[in-house]
Design a binder for this molecule. Structure first.
Ligand code: 3H9
Length: 682
């Protein structure tokens, strides 16, 4: 039984125990309602405490029940019964009091919390809104502005802040929570007036501009998402309607979101992210290597960004660069980045010094000898990587993890330059490495289970979302990106304009298209002015000093504030290439652009799966959402493929096959899925 009750001196204590997070599944809802009903009818009971065993108070509704036929009692019904009880109800909060869990707490008349409790309404991150009264009760308790922030952004707040807002009545020590809650409840027994969140009126007024101001201030991060607007509408309803009608409105908005594609995609990603951290054939009890000290070779943008991850997690880092000047520059940039974060109020000045205090710069690779993990982030050239690894082999201590941050190269070949290939792994960070959440853990043929399991555990410590990839050119993300890039180039040679290609992807929900991305990164990456031969569009643009945003021109012309405008010169360059390649320029519609960019990527994703480079389709999606800006509300390329249907993707590829890049072949897995009507994702 997941809910038990006991009576302590007139207080009925209702305790849920539904590991791992006390989700409010059917049995839990039923148990709480039964407890409330018992409290109502039992004359001996004068007050109630609602609490949870285990690591947390209810962390929300049970997401696995979503999309299945609803089972009574519903959560709103349970919460209404709690609020309506004429005996004081105290919620005893600990851990992560989230979503439906916080809504239960809002239904209670009083809330006590331990100092480490986090409180939040994260439903928006699942493409939903709080659907059990949260949008109506929270603004009545903390005011409209504070509630908007919590509901529309979905980030939890610490207990102390919740107390200051009036959301928590008292903070009590962790070990005394239950007893203090019982004593508190007893002290309120017999109260004539109970503070019911839903009946409060004092904080619920707001002038309409609050909502518009909020929309404006958050427009960028909310672009394309449906749920935040619905959240705003629901909170607005709280200011305009009596509770019952507001709850009805909330329900309506909630159900609409729940049935929609965006929430399906975001819920899928929630589970996809958790699945990604599981390595199928590595036993759960694989011993981990203790990582107490990290070494990084290369103090450039990448090396510096990687270092920051570990420094921020409290791990000492030795940063090695060949010469003093670039080392100083690298260290300077790390400090500047931290100081910029502090200036925005996201880090204290003491934390900056603490992080910098963990950094040891060095020009001597021998200083890496006591590191447990060493990550190489030097120039992307096999010969250089091999040289670094063979030197590392003679310096690093036994058992140390030797990682390469290569984004394309063969990790097996790099590993073979050492006498300990089992210790070698790819840790592919994405730029800017201190910000981007994705980490590809590249598993070499000989990488040991311990090295893999430790890499995965470490990714959590540095707050990355990691995905395991096998060895191939570009691993999961860049391999698929290369296919899209080649197709984007084909499209412009056939007559699509670079800005149209970019626009189609931005309208789809990506932050930018391939040509905007190229301009941002610089067209001259890998370009050698000594050896240039005008053989590609990119080369010609570099030769004309159109090297991207930094030179004020690339595929676009840029003004001083780096706003890009279509360039007649680029059109001319592209047209002359098209003529030379004998391609006829034609008008290409948006739908063809989208299919030509996305379907070959999906085909490549399917090959990645059939070759076993990715463990599961959802891992491919995690890579694209976290590393390449694929809109989360579209789930990822493989989820998108399932929504289109594999047969439609295959038909689309066949429609365009003659025009696709040389050497294009269809994935056998895609063909099979199309034939069987099967899905890539669960
Ligand atoms: C809601 O409440 C709607 C209401 O407003 C209205 C209803 C009418 N359900 O993340 P972890 C599983 S919407 C089912 O690795 P952590 C999770 O899949 C909900 N399962 O642990 C994993 O399973 P497995 C609003 C859930 O310590 C295991 O628990 N609430 C749920 O890193 C451990 O999870 C949220 O959105 C759930 N609600 O983080 C909160 N939650 O071991 C969602 C977790 O098989 N949850 N599981 O892979 C979280 O944010 C994190 O899980 C939490 C713990 C912070 C709680």
């Amino acid at each position: 039984m997941s809910v038990s009750t006991s009576k302590e001196d007139g207080v009925l204590v209702i305790v849920s125990d539904n590991p791992p997070v006390n989700a409010l599944g059917h049995g839990v809802r039923e148990g709480i309602l039964r407890g409330i009903e018992a409290a109502r009818t039992d004359q001996e009971v004068t007050a109630v405490v609602i609490a949870c065993d285990g690591r947390t108070f209810h962390a929300g509704a049970d997401i696995t029940e979503f999309g299945k036929p609803p089972q009574d009692p519903s959560l709103p019904e349970v919460i209404e019964a709690i609020e309506a009880l004429d005996k004081p109800v105290v919620a005893a909060l600990h851990g992560t009091t989230l979503g439906g869990g916080l809504e239960v707490a809002l239904g209670a008349h009083y809330r006590l919390a331990t100092p480490s409790t986090k409180l939040g309404l994260p439903e928006v991150k699942l493409g939903l809104l709080p659907g059990a009264g949260g949008t109506q009760r929270l603004p009545r308790v903390v005011g409209v502005e504070a509630a908007l922030g919590m509901i529309v952004k979905g980030d939890p707040i610490p207990a102390k802040k919740a107390e200051a807002m009036g959301l928590v009545d008292e903070i009590v020590p962790e070990s005394e929570l239950r007893q203090r809650a019982i004593a508190f409840a007893r002290s309120k027994a017999g109260s004539a007036e109970l503070p019911r969140s839903g009946r409060r009126t004092d904080k619920i007024t707001a002038d309409g501009s609050v909502f518009d101001d909020f929309r404006r201030a958050n427009a960028r991060r909310l672009r394309g998402f449906e749920a935040p607007e619905a959240c705003i509408e629901a909170v607005k309803a709280a200011t305009e309607l009596p509770l019952e009608e507001g709850l009805k409105k909330e329900r309506e908005l909630f159900m609409k979101l729940m049935m929609g594609e965006q929430s399906a995609a975001l819920r899928y990603l929630f589970f996809a992210e958790r699945a990604a951290s599981k390595i199928d054939d590595v036993p759960k009890d694989t011993p981990l290597i203790e990582v107490k000290k990290v070494g990084i070779i290369g103090a450039g943008t990448m090396g510096g960004g990687i270092a920051m991850n570990f420094l921020s997690a409290g791990l000492p880092v030795t940063l090695v660069e060949r010469d003093q000047a670039p080392l100083d520059r690298g260290v300077g940039i790390i400090r500047k980045n931290y100081e910029a974060t502090a200036a925005k109020g996201r880090m204290s000045p003491e934390a900056v010094e603490q992080a910098m205090g963990l950094l040891t710069p060095s020009t001597d690779m021998n200083d890496l000898k006591d590191c447990d993990l060493i990550i190489e982030a030097v120039f992307e050239l096999m010969e250089i990587k091999k040289e670094v690894f063979s030197r590392l082999d003679s310096i690093a201590k036994d058992g140390a993890i030797l990682a390469t941050n290569t984004s394309y190269l063969d990790v097996n070949e790099i590993a073979a330059s050492t006498k300990r290939p089992e210790s070698v792994v790819g840790l592919h960070f994405f730029s800017p490495a201190n910000i981007m959440r994705l980490l590809e853990i590249v598993r070499g043929e000989k990488t040991s289970d311990s090295v893999l399991a430790t890499s995965m555990a470490l990714s959590k410590k540095i707050r990355k979302t990691a995905v395991v990839a096998g060895v191939c050119h570009g691993f999961i993300g860049n391999r698929m990106l290369a296919v899209r890039q080649a197709e984007a180039n084909n499209l412009i040679l056939e007559g699509a304009k670079p800005w149209d290609v970019d626009r189609v992807l931005v309208e789809f929900g990506l932050p930018m298209g391939p040509f905007q991305m190229a301009d941002l990164a610089g067209l001259d990456i890998g370009w050698d002015p000594e050896k240039t031969s005008s053989s590609t569009i990119r080369e010609v643009l570099c030769e004309r000093d159109r090297r991207g945003q930094k030179t004020g021109a690339g595929f676009y012309d840029y003004d001083e504030s780096r706003r890009g405008a279509p360039s007649a010169e680029v059109e001319e360059v592209v047209a002359s290439f098209a003529e030379r390649s004998g391609r006829e320029q034609r008008n290409i519609g948006d739908q063809e652009i989208l299919e030509r960019l996305l379907y070959p990527m999906i085909n490549e994703g399917a090959k990645i799966l059939e070759e076993g480079i990715a463990q599961r389709a959802s891992d491919v999606d995690i890579v694209w959402v976290n590393g390449y800006g694929w809109p989360a509300y579209r789930g990822g390329p493989m989820f998108f493929a399932d929504q289109q249907g594999a047969a439609e993707v295959l038909a689309g590829l066949k429609r365009h096959e003659a025009r696709l890049q040389d050497g294009f072949t269809l994935s056998e897995l895609l063909k099979r899925k199309a034939e069987e009507g099967g899905r890539f994702t669960g």
